[in-house]
Design a protein. Structure first.
Length: 381
């Protein structure tokens, strides 16, 4: 087993040393003058990263907790809701909304397909829905959807748009206000470069006004909003994680969000170029929106689990297997958050070596060369 560890999963993701240092600071009381400036600054920075003037609610929870806050506040038993799914996390939306007693209209695509806003327009023309629920970046497949178009369709129908941006926020463009997104949920452990444990939820006035009758307490939006308005938390927050997230958001804003988005596009191009140079078939789309994770079909006769184990055992590199029916068929290289081109080339070089171990015919070094060439000559216009 290699001594050095590398993390190339779609989440959790690597954490910058400045963020880790913030975690190591002495614990302060969450209602003290020591913590409140940190909390206030973190909430302000969240609005900047979400590109919104609205409240961004902060919960001590995973991204799924932020998911559930949206469901608990918007869904009443018997409500009609349209869920768009093309992967594991779209299926999670449907299961959760159905679990709260909603009438779920499930617009389901094959895993790996890119959902089409025109299908949503047709479906909304056939039956009403209180909200359209869509995944921005489906990390189980590498597909990133055009949520601006989905939001426009929802607005035309007088329907709320709810977006899972758990892995996209801070990696690909997500213009909450400009695109008219009503609810945008995310989590700390992906492009926001912080350990797991914080969920975020940007909420529009229309979504606030549409809260349902489902009983709720911890995830109640109004309770959290009122507390945050006083620079307080409704419940005890993980003060160290909030301090760490504050630093991570500061790093993103210092780099500049447009520069962050460009970096992710170029890293995605490099990863795809390296994969194709090895003669492999992409599972995720070969397009700039796929800047979060690159999903790759395993070579014929090779179980992707063997690739995952080979990278872990030989090089201490953790990548992701497929999920659901894709288990053993694809592997996924995450490149969101604290990544640069040399992370990508390291992962690709290791994949080449493991392929040789597994008897796959591959030319050593070809992936690294192709990735570097794609990265260096692909400035985003």
């Amino acid at each position: 087993m290699a001594g050095k560890k590398y993390l190339f999963t779609p989440g959790p993701t690597p954490v910058p040393p400045e963020v880790l240092a913030a975690l190591g600071e002495p614990i302060v009381h969450h209602r003290s003058p020591d913590f409140r400036p940190i909390y206030e600054r973190c909430l302000t920075r969240l609005r900047e990263v979400c590109r919104t003037e609205r409240d961004v609610l902060l919960f001590t929870a995973s991204g799924t907790g932020a998911f559930e806050s949206a469901v608990a506040n918007l869904v009443s038993p018997g409500d009609p809701h349209l869920v768009v799914s093309a992967g594991n996390f779209g299926e999670r939306w449907a299961d959760m909304i159905g679990g709260y007693g909603a009438e779920v209209d499930h617009l389901r695509y094959e895993w790996g397909e890119t959902p089409d806003p025109e299908d949503v327009r047709s479906r909304l023309g056939e039956r009403e829905a209180k909200a359209v629920w869509v995944v921005h970046s489906e990390t189980s497949t590498g597909v990133v959807s055009d949520i601006q178009a989905f939001a426009a369709v929802a607005q035309e129908a007088g329907t709320l748009s709810v977006v899972d941006a758990v892995s996209s926020l801070g990696a690909v463009r997500c213009e909450t206000d400009a695109w008219g997104l009503d609810v945008v949920v995310s989590g700390s452990q992906k492009a926001l470069m912080t350990p797991p444990g914080l969920g975020t939820c940007a909420v529009s006035e229309a979504a606030n006004a549409a809260t349902g009758s489902t009983p709720r307490f911890y995830f109640d939006w109004e309770r959290t909003r009122k507390a945050q308005a006083k620079k307080d938390a409704a419940f005890t927050p993980p003060v160290s994680l909030v301090a760490a997230l504050d630093v991570a958001l500061g790093l993103l804003l210092e780099e500049g969000l447009d520069a962050v988005f460009e970096r992710h596009i170029r890293l995605g191009r490099a990863a795809r170029a390296g994969v194709k140079a090895m003669g492999l078939e992409l599972f995720s789309p070969d397009e700039d929106r796929s800047a979060v994770v690159t999903a790759v079909r395993a070579p014929a006769g090779v179980d992707s689990g063997d690739i995952v184990r080979g990278l872990r055992d030989r090089f201490g590199m953790t990548i992701a297997n497929g999920q659901g029916d894709l288990l053993g068929k694809i592997f996924r290289l995450g490149h969101i958050g604290w990544f640069d081109i040399f992370d990508i080339t390291s992962a690709l070089a290791a994949v080449e070596i493991v392929f040789v171990d597994l008897g796959v015919d591959v030319e050593r070094g070809v992936a690294v060369s192709a990735a570097l060439e794609a990265y260096e000559h692909s400035r985003v216009a």
